[in-house]
Design a protein around this ligand. Structure first.
Ligand code: GLN
Ligand code: ZN
Length: 775
């Protein structure tokens, strides 16, 4: 039996982000819907053909989405929340985008703060559906919302349409559906008092209808994604899988189901997965190589196994010979085997060949979506016809992997030695917090309820234009620098005038809070075109950490020095923390993430120390993405949190007691990680709370969090200017939960996505609210 190659999904945004351009033109009213749909169809056709040409035997359809595949599923099953006033037979494009972006499109574009969350337009009209991270990726999906009376009906034929569309182009595809159990598990109950899983019996008939329509159209296989099978499941959820797949297998006559799991090991859900009446099972052998043996031991002899051997979540070239060594014994047992990426290629950039400016040595270590499919094709050739036929390609891959191991570009012995040193004193401030607090109060002499901001001020179109002109060489370094200094000076003066106590320089010189540092650290490489979808039309170009990380020279000290020279008030040094840099990058896979994080920690520590030397009394180390890095399995949380917190402490512990270390986290769930937040031992933490009415401070109060806290009183995701009274109320609520002398007054997050007129009024009101609280 010959081995075949499958892909589970391909990036949708297009090699030149064609989909983004088309979506934004349509949203802004500059293009008709037909133009958008034409671009989308063109991308699908191109993607199918490309995968075919690269050697994929099993090509997915319905993996394409105009915005999000979870939203597509919501449309498919007609689960449109009442607020969108949907009454038609099918979910049309307007309803679809209303759920994605709110019914007053346009406003939503302003609301991302870079914290990875989009909070929808705040103005009148129906708000966008809530958005959250897709498992442990940086892709965001629209959260399905169910009522207890929820009914489902087939309301989008997209799966069938796109199957037929490919067929008409001469390409037989395997349609992809998000599985019914995962769909319910990642949704939320409106009202919150029932379990969405109880809706399964009502949901399944819609899936049956879809499967039957695909079978009638001639589809032979369907890929059903159930990534929740790699997470901690309740008994009820496990039972739901049994119920769902019994029903689907009985109904879908003639259509074979490839049950697809990814992002981790099946582990304690393995028996459940293996007991389901499906024809095939896909397992992630990149994240969980160790599950191959138990899967083989437990799988029915006729179960087709799809082995996820190429990393769909990262950018490294694979060691093909090593993969062959693992797969050959599986074939010897006579089972039907498919080779595939570990998960959909949605999470990788499209084509490495476009990176013509990249250092050839580094480029040789990488593989993006296109290259990964070619790797799979090579593996299949070797398995079907012997390694000799593709020897040159296999040898080249082995040589690339070996060169990545030994290259001086990657190996910096001094960095390795420093990170290997396990001296607890490196991760400990000299004195405990209560001692530090005394010294810092003496030095800073701040009023009670001190006011500050999180760091960035509006990135105006003027600033964006100057940056673009500078990148293109139209604006020379000196002129750009002068411009940035002016912006900084204006912002410092304004902060003094409005009466803020602790100032910031505004971060105008920074394109992005990770990229700015990555560009100044060794061991990082940046791409020109390697965009990855974050949500909807938004894409990010994550830095690639390929080698040992060092800081050749100070990165922020001159900007800080300049800003501090403009004022007598304390100017915060402003840095991005190691955990956040790690979690928002593609990370090398040849050493533990913890090790890479520790290296970054030492690099940022040097910057902290240099800022202190330059005179900074307050230094903020942002850890916006600390929570995002939590593993899918609860049993792995403490290991992650331990090294993440340790890295933060290494970063923060090189300074004297009198230097005040702040951290910032832009989210609002702390209950389950509060002990780790405490263990970070920051002197001040600012968090997002404006919309939760300070309830989340209960976690801090319950834990008796000893240090100072700035609970956000200004929701920066909205253009709305909060009134003084509202913020006073929030401060009163905060003071009801924590001692007033622990509290700071600040917005939820940075102000870079806001406009100056809103910011001026809101911060003025915030300062008034703080004064009222003092009085
Ligand atoms: N200092 C950063 C800023 O203000 C923090 C951003 C963030 O937490 N996402 O922009
Ligand atoms: Zn933030």
């Amino acid at each position: 039996m010959s081995v075949t190659v499958a892909t589970l999904g391909f990036p949708r945004i297009g090699p030149r982000r064609e989909l983004k351009t088309a979506l934004e033109a349509y949203w802004s009213g500059n293009a008709k819907v037909e133009a958008l749909l034409d671009v989308a169809a063109g991308l699908r056709a191109q993607t199918w053909k490309r995968q075919h040409d690269l050697g994929a035997d099993i090509i997915p359809s319905n993996d394409f989405s105009l915005y999000d595949h979870v939203l597509d599923t919501t449309a498919m099953v007609g689960a449109v929340p009442a607020i969108y006033g949907w009454k038609s037979d099918q979910v049309g494009i307007e309803t679809y985008f209303a759920m994605a972006r709110g019914s007053r499109a346009g406003a939503a574009e302003e609301s991302s703060c870079g914290c990875g969350h989009d909070h929808g337009p705040a103005a009148k009209g129906a708000p966008a559906a809530e958005m959250t991270k897709w498992f442990d990726t940086n892709y965001h999906y629209l959260v399905p919302e169910f009522t207890a009376e929820q009914n489902f009906r087939l309301a989008s034929t997209k799966a069938l349409d796109q199957y037929l569309e490919a067929k008409a182009l001469g390409i037989e595809t395997r349609p992809v559906l998000l599985g019914p159990v995962t769909y319910l598990l990642i949704g939320k109950a409106k009202g919150g008092d029932f379990d969405p899983l109880t809706l399964l019996p009502r949901l399944l008939p819609v899936y049956v209808e879809v499967l039957q329509s695909l079978a009638r159209a001639g589809a032979r296989w369907v890929q059903i994604d159930e990534p929740s099978l790699v997470t901690d499941l309740s008994d009820a959820a496990r039972a739901a899988f049994g119920e769902a797949y019994d029903k689907l297998s009985r109904a879908a006559i003639g259509l074979r189901v490839m049950l697809t799991t990814y992002f981790g090991a099946l582990d304690d859900n393995l028996d459940t997965a293996l007991s389901l009446p499906v024809h095939g099972l896909h397992v992630d052998l990149v994240r969980a190589p160790e599950q191959l043996a138990p899967v083989l031991a437990g799988a029915r002899p006729d179960l087709v196994l799809s082995l996820g051997v190429i990393d769909g979540r990262n950018v490294w070239k694979a060691d093909l010979n090593a993969i062959l060594d693992r797969v050959e014994p599986v074939l010897a047992a006579g089972r039907e085997v498919i080779l595939a990426p570990s998960c959909s290629l949605l999470h990788t950039p499209i084509d490495l060949d476009r990176e013509t400016a990249m250092e050839p040595e580094v480029k040789d270590w990488l593989a993006f979506a296109v290259q990964k499919i070619a790797e799979l094709a090579t593996l299949a050739k070797a398995l079907n016809g012997g390694r000799a036929g593709v020897k040159a390609v296999l040898d080249a891959a082995t040589a690339s992997v070996a060169s990545r191991r030994t290259s001086p570009r990657i190996n910096d012995p001094a960095v390795q030695a420093r990170a290997a040193k396990q001296d607890p004193a490196l991760a400990r401030r000299s004195s405990a917090f209560d001692v530090r607090r005394g010294v810092q109060r003496e030095k800073l002499k701040l009023p009670s309820y001190p006011t500050t901001t999180i760091g960035s001020f509006p990135q105006t179109s003027e600033i964006r234009k100057a940056r673009a002109d500078h990148d293109r060489g139209i604006l020379d370094n000196a002129a750009y620098e002068t411009f940035l200094r002016e912006q900084t000076a204006l912002t410092v003066r304004w902060q003094e005038d409005v009466g803020l106590d602790v100032l910031v320089h505004g971060e105008f010189e920074r394109n992005d809070m990770v990229q700015y540092f990555g560009e100044r650290l060794s061991g990082f490489v940046f791409t020109k075109y390697a965009w990855v979808q974050s949500y909807g039309s938004r894409c990010v170009r994550p830095p690639i950490i390929y080698g040992d990380v060092a800081r050749p020279e100070p990165m922020t000290v001159e900007w800080w020095r300049y800003a501090q020279s403009l004022t007598k008030r304390p100017m915060k040094g402003m840095l991005t923390g190691p955990v956040t840099i790690l979690n928002w990058s593609f990370v090398r896979d040849d050493q533990p993430r913890a090790t890479t994080c520790r290296q970054i920690a030492f690099a940022i520590r040097d910057e902290v120390v240099d800022l202190e030397k330059a005179g900074a009394a307050i230094i903020q180390i942002d850890e916006a993405a600390l929570r995002e890095g939590l593993p899918l399995r609860k049993s792995e949380w403490s290991t992650y949190l331990d090294w993440a917190v340790e890295s933060f402490r290494v970063t923060a512990s090189g300074v004297a007691d009198a230097t005040q270390i702040h951290t910032h986290m832009c989210y609002s769930e702390f209950n389950d990680i509060i002990a780790s937040i405490g263990a970070m031992d920051a002197d001040v933490i600012s968090i997002e709370t404006a919309r939760s009415k300070m309830e989340l401070l209960d976690a801090f109060a319950g834990y008796r969090y000893p240090a100072e806290i700035g609970p956000g009183v200004y929701d920066i995701h909205s253009p709305r200017v909060p009134a003084v009274g509202e913020m006073t109320e929030l401060l009163t609520a905060a003071a009801g939960r924590l001692p007033a002398d622990q509290l700071w007054v600040n917005p939820d997050c940075g102000l870079k996505t806001r406009k100056w007129p809103e910011v001026r009024l809101a911060i003025e009101n915030m300062v008034s609210a703080a004064r009222a609280a003092r009085a």
